[in-house]
Ligand binder design. Structure first.
Ligand code: UDP
Length: 387
């Protein structure tokens, strides 16, 4: 049986491990953290028993049926629809921008047709081919909406002028002319009943998979295996020899609202409230109990989320992909392409802003391509899968 090393017990590594385990490979999954599940780790808060997402809110949503079937094989998913509210300088609104948001923001009634025509009259028509986040925003919705909901939040979230960010970041959010306030447009959405960590543990539960926590990857270790899947930071693999790629990290400020601040244990009335004003230092407050409306908890636990530049000792969360070329990334990719015996995967390995569903989809594709490419006793050349 070929021996494969998987670096990182997050979604990518776990899904690849399981796929190959089923095909009679021997898998060792290592992680330098003391837990599996990577950044989708969930656990029960010791004080309230609420299931919390340690690294920030994760809502599973996808339009890929295969991925939805995949996760449902390993965990029971409960129906969950993400409905986010936006706290702004003009009041609190429904997100994504929809008919209710427009009516409230502009203080008047709109039919869908009227709202569409109104927004068209606000949109900057001089921008025909939006090249960045700001141009996309202004060409889609005009100044007032863009500045109420997007420019301040984006500056806080990315620490960059929105002109430097790609238009694709804004395209993650729908913009609607009806009352649909579902944050996502995907047909499948839900929450694992017993949390993401249980989902991951179930995926890893196979006799051909061995998990070693608190274990740091080294190149000497890699030499003992027939192939390595590496889900750590691409630049870290090369010891940052060409420089550091830019990431954002998050700080979470946990707080337990007192009884007098809640109504029957409810602090903010929903799971996620975004704070769009640049004057408020955090980007959002998450009250995790609302992610599990089928559970009952007397207490509640909330997290304020702050985004900042990722320094060498911080945990990298978001790769900062700016619009235009990234020479440093290109150089690392070129270095990686020279390697055999290793495949880079996941948000950090590929330096991509992947959601959970895209991560699983990419991991399954990677594992399948590997099966076709790998021949026992030969050096396998597949630094990146074709995704
Ligand atoms: N965004 C914003 N205001 C909001 C919510 C999102 O400006 O209230 C922008 C921001 O730039 C963010 C992007 O839209 O990074 C994508 O939002 P999403 O909710 O997908 O971010 P994530 O949950 O991945 O951090």
């Amino acid at each position: 049986m070929p021996n494969i090393l998987i670096t990182g017990a997050g979604l990518s590594g776990t899904v690849i491990a399981r796929h190959l385990a089923e095909k009679d490979y021997n898998l060792t999954v290592i992680d330098e953290k003391d837990h599996t599940a990577g950044h989708c780790r969930s656990y029960r808060d010791e004080k309230t028993n609420v299931m919390v997402h340690q690294y920030g809110p994760h809502i599973f949503h996808t339009d890929i049926k295969e991925v939805w079937d995949y996760v449902n094989q390993y965990a029971q998913f409960m129906p969950y629809t993400n409905r986010v509210k936006a706290h702004t300088e003009f009041g609190t609104f429904s997100l994504p921008v929809n008919l209710l948001t427009l009516s409230q923001r502009f203080g008047r009634e709109f039919s869908p047709r009227e709202a569409y025509d109104f927004v068209q009259s606000k949109a900057d028509k001089s921008i025909t081919d939006p090249k960045n986040f700001e141009e996309k925003g202004l060409s889609l919705m005009g100044e007032e909406l863009y500045h109420t909901f997007f420019s301040g939040y984006t500056l806080k979230q990315w620490g960059r002028d929105p002109k430097e960010l790609p238009a694709s970041v804004l395209s993650r959010l729908p913009f609607r002319f009806n009352y649909d306030d579902n944050y996502f447009t995907h047909p499948y959405q839900g929450m694992p009943k017993e949390g993401y960590s249980t989902l991951i543990e179930n995926i890893l539960d196979h006799p051909n998979i061995k998990v070693k926590l608190n274990t740091v990857f080294t190149k000497e270790m890699a030499a003992q295996y027939d192939h390595v899947f590496y889900s750590g930071q691409l630049d870290r693999y090369f010891d940052f020899e060409l420089g550091r790629l830019e990431y954002r990290t998050l700080d979470f400020e946990k707080f337990y609202p007192g009884k007098e601040e809640t109504l029957n244990g409810d602090y903010q009335g929903g799971a996620v409230v975004n704070y769009c004003s640049p004057k408020i230092p955090y980007t959002r407050i998450t009250e995790h109990k609302h992610f599990a409306p089928w559970e009952e908890h007397e207490g509640t636990v909330c997290y304020k989320e702050f985004s900042r530049n990722c320094e060498p000792t911080d945990i990298p969360y978001y790769p900062v992909r700016l619009s235009g070329k990234n020479d440093l990334l290109d150089k690392y990719v070129a270095e990686a392409e020279k390697l055999t015996g290793i495949t880079f995967v996941g948000r950090l390995g590929l330096y991509r802003y992947f959601d959970m569903d895209k991560t699983i989809d990419a991991a399954l594709k990677t594992a399948r391509q590997f099966e076709k490419t790998f021949k026992a006793g030969e050096n396998c050349s597949m630094p990146f899968a074709e995704l």
